[in-house]
Design a protein around this ligand. Structure first.
Ligand code: COA
Length: 378
């Protein structure tokens, strides 16, 4: 029987998928056969969402209808606004996302009429609204109107974050929207990563789509997975200068500390998403006249390559890109949720098409055949 000696199911093929290829032909990433280089350069996040959820790229009419549908779905049910107001201000935004998803499942459950793809669109449209409603309410007591005009998810998120002061037509505004859009495309899908696998395991028991997405969010939260973008930003901010970063990083490596935002289970040479988001981060750094954050990031990147032969993964330069967009650090992983919801749902639909319960076995390494000791003798 096949076994995973190294643990963590590394290099084990756990099934088949027609949604994504990671790291084939060297360092590459394709969604349903389309390269992420092409998608980030030529498509919008909504086109990619449609591709993942519905199986093909939309034509112009389908895209227009899809954009309209998402805009109409942005409203928050009163049960959700009440819950968001009652959640403690200190709640981690990932818990806000997880709870919002689960709660929506009680209000608009998945049915034969309200199918997985509808749920995906609703969550995609509503997640930014829920997150930013919660944020503003607990920051200033303001109950924001989540029905602001914005064609894309990227623009919508920034408009809800900044309010009226966000100028989507300014050069900086356009660059921020583009960066958000690119990052949403890059985070949308990644084959059998931990959160997608968790969602598929849940789906395979014939559970509902909300349970699968909730499982995905819970799994994404950890710093070895989605939480790495937040941890990477906290690392960058520890250093006051490039010199300081050099010293601090050498110390960390000497202490054999794990550096978040580096390394990958599947990519062995480089993460193809990193250069794409790095270019966005660099452009924002220049537009904002930043002299520190991007330079420190590059310094950390250089040291990790020189000392450990480790390359940055998507999370590392996403951190500074989001930071330059003014996104609070604890919203970095929730942004990942908004995007990855598309990939999760695509996988759940695929799992259902050819379903088999996912239930591996384990090699037992505990004590054998112990005599039962009665409770008064222990
Ligand atoms: C992504 C990750 C979990 C992949 O892990 P993996 O395939 O299980 O690889 P391993 O943890 O076995 O790492 C192999 C070696 O590289 C080292 N290594 C891997 N990533 C490292 C990192 N980010 N910082 C420092 N050392 C790292 C490990 O310590 C290990 O060294 P050892 O052989 O001396 O023990 C791992 O690289 C990591 O923890 N990265 C940081 C978290 C992160 O950025 N996650 C987002 C992934 S997209």
């Amino acid at each position: 029987m096949a076994t995973t000696k190294e643990g963590g199911l590394a290099d084990i093929v756990a099934g088949t998928t027609a949604i994504c290829t990671v790291g084939h032909e060297g360092s590459s990433l394709y969604y349903r056969g389309y390269s992420i280089v092409d998608l980030t350069q030529k498509a919008s996040f909504e086109e990619v969402a449609y591709l993942l959820i519905y199986g093909n790229l939309p034509n112009q009419q389908q895209l227009n209808q899809y954009l309209e549908k998402l805009q109409k779905l942005r409203g928050l049910p009163v049960e959700i606004t009440h819950a968001l107001e009652r959640m403690p201000a200190a709640t981690h935004p990932m818990d806000v996302m997880r709870s919002t998803c689960s709660l929506l499942g009680t209000i608009e459950p998945e049915t034969k009429e309200h199918i997985a793809q509808d749920v995906a669109d609703r969550l995609l449209a509503m997640f930014p609204a829920a997150l930013l409603y919660w944020h503003h309410f607990h920051l200033s007591g303001e109950r924001i109107d989540v029905k602001v005009e914005a064609t894309t998810t990227a623009e919508y998120f920034l408009k809800l974050l900044y309010g009226k002061q966000f100028d989507a037509k300014s050069e900086l505004g356009k660059l921020m929207v583009k960066t958000m859009d690119v990052s949403l495309i890059l985070y949308a899908e990644h084959e059998f990563n931990a959160s997608t696998f968790a969602a598929r395991v849940c789906t395979a028991t014939l559970s509902d789509i909300y349970s699968s997405i909730t499982a995905g969010i819970g799994t994404l939260r950890g710093p070895l997975h989605g939480g790495a973008n937040e941890a990477a930003m906290l690392l960058i901010l520890q250093y006051a200068s490039v010199e300081d970063a050099k010293k601090g990083m050498m110390q960390k490596l000497q202490n054999k500390e794990l550096v978040m935002g580096f390394g990958h289970r599947v990519y062995k040479i480089r993460d193809p998403r990193s250069d794409i988001i790095k270019a966005q981060s660099k452009a924002l750094s220049e537009a904002l006249g930043d002299k520190k954050i991007f330079a420190i990031s590059e310094c950390i990147d250089k040291i990790m390559m020189e000392q450990k032969k480790l390359f940055p993964n998507l999370d590392f330069y996403s951190a500074s890109a989001y930071y330059f967009c003014g996104v609070p650090i604890n919203m970095f992983t929730p942004l990942f949720v908004i995007s990855r919801t598309t990939g999760w749902v695509a996988h759940c639909i695929e799992q259902r098409k050819n379903n088999k319960l996912i239930r591996p076995t384990a090699d037992y390494i505990g004590p054998a055949r112990l005599a039962y000791v009665s409770i008064d003798k222990r």
